[in-house]
Design a protein around this ligand. Structure first.
Ligand code: MN
Length: 200
């Protein structure tokens, strides 16, 4: 099937002044659009043209001959996950009580969690992603390089933050930490809760 760009759940101006419309015009309208186009170009006239996105990613993972397709397809997944990890809706930023308890259990406190997420995102060398995951029910923060996503038995991503420079350079230049601190306040915990409750 031909992949379609997934719409943002908010207006491109909705997160201003924290993330600008201009950033979304480039990040969503150019970078993400290119990953979708590249993936469609690379699956055309192959058996993968009938697969859904996650099946393409699994099919290509770890296979050198499919490295380019893996990178592009994984970037489509990661970007759609990131768009959904952001919200302009204050209600969706509230953490479900069960999830809040698990954050305290696994990180000691929300502030400790936020600090681990910040430090992990800042320390990811070069391009990549910072993730909150459920690893067989235990909440963890991990980072991945380039287009990689956290995969494995019992691992479910709950939220992610794009730490490629293109995610923040227009608004924050080299100040990745400033961008991460802001994004932590914009996270869509309703999306995290939905992911937590999904089957693996
Ligand atoms: Mn990006």
């Amino acid at each position: 099937m031909i992949l379609q760009m997934k719409p943002l759940s908010f207006d491109m101006k909705a997160l201003e002044p924290y993330i600008s419309k201009k950033t979304f015009e480039f990040h969503y309208g150019k970078h993400y659009a290119t990953y979708v186009q590249n993936t469609n170009d690379l699956i055309a006239d192959t058996p993968m043209q009938d697969m859904d996105l996650m099946s393409i990613i699994h099919h290509c993972a770890g296979k050198p001959e499919y490295q380019s397709l893996f990178n592009n397809a994984a970037q489509v997944f990661n970007h759609e996950f990131f768009w959904n990890s952001l919200t302009d809706d204050a209600e969706k930023r509230q953490i479900a009580p069960v999830l809040a308890d698990k954050i305290v259990r696994d990180f000691k406190s929300y502030d400790d969690f936020a600090n681990v997420l910040l430090q992990t995102a800042v320390k990811q060398f070069g391009s990549g992603w910072a993730w909150l995951i459920s690893d067989n029910g235990v909440l963890k923060v991990v980072s991945t390089a380039n287009a990689m996503l956290p995969m494995g038995k019992g691992i479910k991503p709950l939220l992610c933050i794009d730490v490629w420079e293109h995610a923040y350079y227009l608004d924050y230049q080299n100040r990745r930490a400033d961008f991460i601190k802001i994004v932590i306040g914009l996270l869509n915990w309703q999306f995290a809760w939905e992911n937590y409750n999904k089957g693996v």
